[in-house]
Structures are given as C-alpha cells and as structure tokens.
Design a protein around this ligand. Structure first.
Ligand code: ADP
Length: 141
C-alpha cells in the first residue's frame, strides 16, 4: 500500500444537482483526506489538454459542451492507494453498467454524464494535480 494523492473533478451534473456534498462524504467516509479543493470554469485549452486521449473521438464535442455547462469542482484527495480506491468507489465509466453502491451506479446517468472524473494511474494523478493545483494550493496534514 502506498500513500497517494489523486485528482477528482466533480462534473457539471454533480454540481447542478447538488451532489457534491454527498459524494465528498463518501470519499471522506472511506478515509480519504482533502488536500485541496477549488471551483473553476473549464476553458477550451484546459479541457482539450485534460481530455487529449479522447479529443479525436466523435463524442468529444458533446463531452466539451457537457463539461462547460457549469463550473466544476476540483479536489485533491490523499490516502492509501488513493488512485485505485477512488476509481473503485466511482465505478466504471458507463453509469448504466456501474454497480449499485458505486457513485456512478447510484448517481450517474450514462457513459458521459457520470458524476466525477478521477485519475486512472499515479502518473496521470501527478500530471492532473499539477494541471489543476499550484503547489501552494495543496496541503499536507
Ligand atoms: P473515465 O472518465 O472513466 O476515465 P475515459 O477517460 O475513457 O473514462 O473518458 C473520459 C470521459 O469521456 C468519460 O468520463 C465520459 O464523460 C466521456 N466519455 C467516454 N466515453 C464516452 C462515450 N462513448 N460517449 C460519450 N462520452 C464518453
């Protein structure tokens, strides 16, 4: 087990439906600790950088429109195996296939509208934390 920090983005569906608090409570209830949190509007350049792995997909314009519907909330969470732990709490990408009891299974709508983004590896987490937080916005406790 390794102490890791991972990056979560509460997507516009979570923000507009008022789901941020209950999802954050699930993360904190699992023992994960907040190291940083902020609200921001996803700009075109940042969005293209963050989703470069899907930028050529036919559904990318829909993702772009969806992710810019409202401001998002970015969260840095620390804990033992935080990257895998958060992905497991979240469930698979497609909310319709996500098991009940997972965040996407309980609160998501479909493959695009799925409550949260979470880093999928420690390498991605390092790059994504750097993308959304300055060093002095991340706290250790
Ligand atoms: P994850 O967010 O689970 O890591 P991906 O990195 O594969 O999944 O995709 C990034 C995001 O793009 C997804 O969370 C979802 O919002 C959107 N997405 C992925 N696949 C599709 C699809 N087939 N149709 C529409 N949106 C999709």
């Amino acid at each position: 087990m390794a102490l890791e920090t991972t990056l979560i983005l509460f997507k516009p569906d979570a923000v507009s439906k008022g789901l941020v608090g209950q999802v954050l409570a699930r993360f904190e209830g699992a023992g994960l600790k907040i190291r940083g949190i902020k609200m921001l509007q996803f700009g075109d350049a940042l969005l293209r950088e963050h989703y470069s792995h899907i930028a050529s997909k036919p559904f990318f314009p829909d993702v772009q429109k969806f992710m810019q519907q409202t401001p998002i909330v970015a969260l840095a969470l620390a804990g033992e195996d935080a990257v895998a732990q958060v992905r497991s709490l979240l469930g698979p990408t497609d909310s319709k296939k996500a098991p009940k009891g997972s965040i996407r299974g309980d609160l998501g709508i479909d493959v695009m509208v799925n409550v949260c983004h979470a880093s999928d590896s420690t390498e991605a987490a390092a790059a994504e934390l750097n993308r959304f937080f300055r060093d002095d916005e991340l706290f250790s406790r």
